[in-house]
Write a protein that binds this ligand. Sequence first.
Ligand code: ADP
Ligand code: ASP
Ligand code: MG
Length: 405
Amino acid sequence: MVSNICVKKFGGTSVGSTERIEAVADRILKEREKDSRPYVIVASAMAGETNRLVDLANRTYLGFRGPAYDMLLASGEQVSIALLSMALEKKGLKAKPYLAHQVGIKTDSMYSRARIKEIKTEPLMKDIQSGIIPVVAGFQGVDEFDNITTLGRGGSDTSAVALAVALKAQDCEIYTDVPGVFSADPRIVPKAKKIPSLCFEEMVEMASLGSKVLHIRSVEIAAKFQLKLQVRSTFEMTEGTWIMNENELNTSMESPLVTAITHDTQTAIFKLVPLPQGAEVLAQLFARLSEKGIVVDVISQSEIDQGQRLAFSVPVEDIIQTKQVISEFFPKVDTTVLDQVSKVSIVGVGMRNHPGVAAKFFNVLAQNKVPIHLVTTSEIKVSAIIDRKDLEKSAQALHSAFGLD
Ligand code: ADP
Ligand code: ASP
Ligand code: MG
């Protein structure tokens, strides 16, 4: 059974100052005028706040992960939900701020990248029945030991989607500082255009390839429970981008070959040479990295003059932990870290049945004299890790070449 509850999530920029928080309260009031559905609000920390907290942690103990780190990072959302609740009260609405433990957002204990296991909806349902708008802290949860956990950077989207699923909402609205999902990050590709709708699969790829407009797990959960998402502007009253099932999309026109260009500046490459012989050692290395919650992305192994060379990419935030694991396994192997690199990718379900898309991708990079470090492809994406300095020109050239300008 579907409820008529509407979950609305406001991101960091949207609540970035007390003026903006007031504007969000106004926006909620305006939405209220044309829509009598009960609302549940989810908010992120004020823009820049989580970065500030990460910096404090790094200055105190670089590379530390554990309950203290998550407690620190989660504090940003406590401030924004309290302020937003006050702003709503000031507008004459009844509102109540909730930290994750008060709602019962239970997660595992993988600190700084925890996964939601269950959500108790009773406290929220009680409020809703009394006409109160719950304002829930995004990004955080609580584990079985009552420690505060966090869901990974950008995780408020996942809080909102998980809440919407638990509350059996029809859809979930993600309010942000852009009017929707664009054919590329408008900050990098000025000619990027808003996409009216796209399917879960494309959005999962885009999110996993670094398009930070949505947290990847929020899209995975939405896909699993067939919950429609709308990404829309906090500041403009316009329809945003709908993310839904592929067969519900408007397919009256042939879908474009490539739907979007994405990029990720938060990636780093490790190169190890010469590697000891034997596959077990690699299996053990990657097992150890995964135990630490480090997601290894692209992997390549090749034979060069000095012997076997292993190259793989990891998120920048995991560089220190990855170095620790490598020195445990291969204290004597020469290790190079490239941290001035970025990943650029093309995504689209349209490329499924069309050969030659990868060839065109490599051609565009070659024409622009962009060297490639690592490559990976799937049915609906082609990615390359390139030097950071080549990112803008590559993304813009690919955007034009695939007809997205
Ligand atoms: P919020 O704080 O609201 O969660 P984020 O900064 O996490 O916002 O996500 C919104 C940002 O995502 C935009 O400002 C934009 O720069 C970036 N972005 C990256 N790729 C895209 C894309 N394809 N479409 C729209 N925005 C994108
Ligand atoms: N405040 C958290 C972050 O900056 C979560 C979020 O914004 O979604 O990563
Ligand atoms: Mg975000």
